[in-house]
Structure formats: C-alpha cells, structure tokens
Design a binder for this molecule. Structure first.
Ligand code: FMN
Length: 189
C-alpha cells in the first residue's frame, strides 16, 4: 500500500579521499536511519562509482546511482569541508543526475577538522541543491573537530551527536513524506 511503503533514504559519502573521516559520519547516519521503522537506507560511497572524468553531466550517468536516486524519497549528503567548499568528486557525481532528484528532500551533514562543523560547505551546497530540484531541510548535522568525535575505529566518542541526528532525521522524514505525498497526489497544473 502506498501509505505504508517504506521511505528510501540513501546516505551519500561525499569524498574519495584516503583516510577520510567523513566515512565514520556516513556510517553513523546510515546506522541511525536503519534503526527507524518504515525507512530503508543504503550507503553510497562516491569512491565506488565508476564515473569518467573526461566528461560531465547526464552523459556519464551510472545506472546504479541513477536507480538509487530515482527510488530515493530523500538524501543525506555527508560533505567534508575542503577549502570552505565541497569535494569536486561529490559535485561531479551529483551532476550526473537531474530529473531523479526533483521534489525530493535533502539533509546535509557537514564534516570538518576545524571548529565550524562544515557550516561553510553546507552553505556552498545549498544553491547546488536548489538547482538540482532538491528541497533542503532547516536542520543540519555539523561534525566539528571530527578527529575528536570518532575513535580511529569509527566509534562515536560524543553521544551528543545522537540527539542532534535524531532531530535532523525527524525533520528529514517529515519532509520526505510530505514531498512523496506531493509527487504522488498533487498535480502540477
Ligand atoms: C583539500 C582539503 C581542504 C580542507 N579544507 C578545510 C577547511 O576549509 N576547513 C576545515 O575545517 N577543514 C578543512 N580540511 C580538513 C577536513 O575538513 C578534514 O579532513 C575532515 O576530516 C573532513 O574531511 P575528510 O572526510 O576527507 O577527512 C581540508 C582537507 C582537505 C583535504
């Protein structure tokens, strides 16, 4: 039944850097989403997507990534802050789809070594989200000094993040359900 069909909310790990700390944040988000009833998730590691770099846009669409974006009701993007911006590879991957994203929710998780928790990468991603047709929520998760938030094996060292992730996910699920209703029930006149 439409009303009980689980939401699908993949988590995109937005860097291919060796030794990336963002992977701990991405795993944590996928784990927390997986605990909620009525929601399915999957971790999409952009390092694993075989996209060429001598072309761009929908011409290089990966069928698996495209299918996941098509099925998604919302996205969580885990974005490390690189010189106040996002990783080039994240943008390259996001640019490979377009209609798949339209009228779907997105929540952004900023990750930084510095004290601002990726707030600048989040601000820089917002206009990109808008152009892709995604609808941003008004909560973010900010991992500041991420090297202190996780142990080397990925264990979370600060339980305060669980409460913040819970607020973020509640808002994201509400927006995902609302937009699914709109996509399926509200005609575009
Ligand atoms: C090219 C590059 C630029 C970076 N610029 C910033 C920055 O502007 N602000 C900041 O707080 N950390 C910066 N960092 C540190 C990252 O935020 C840090 O590595 C953090 O762990 C998230 O990235 P990671 O997932 O690649 O580890 C930068 C790292 C790299 C590799």
């Amino acid at each position: 039944m439409e009303a009980t069909r689980p939401l699908f909310i993949p988590v995109i790990l937005g860097t291919a850097r060796m030794g990336r700390m963002s992977q701990h944040a991405a795993h944590l988000l996928a784990q927390e989403i997986g605990k909620r009833p009525g929601v399915e998730t999957e971790l999409i590691d952009i390092a694993q997507l075989p996209l060429p770099t001598n072309d761009a846009g929908e011409a290089i669409k990966d069928s698996g990534f495209s299918a996941a974006m098509d099925r998604a009701d919302a996205l969580v993007i885990v974005a490390p802050e690189y010189n106040h911006g996002y990783s080039g590879l994240l943008k390259h991957v996001l640019d490979s789809c377009l209609k798949e994203y339209i009228h779907k929710a997105v929540g952004i998780v900023g990750v930084s070594a510095g004290p601002f928790g990726g707030t600048r990468v989040i601000q820089n991603l917002l206009p990109v989200m808008r152009e892709l047709g995604l609808v941003t929520i008004f909560w973010d998760v900010n991992f500041s000094s991420v090297q202190k938030a996780f142990a080397p094996d990925g264990a979370l060292l600060d339980d305060g993040y669980i409460r913040r992730i819970d607020k973020f996910l509640k808002e994201l699920f509400w927006m995902a359900k609302t937009l699914r209703h709109g996509r399926e029930q509200v005609p575009m006149d």
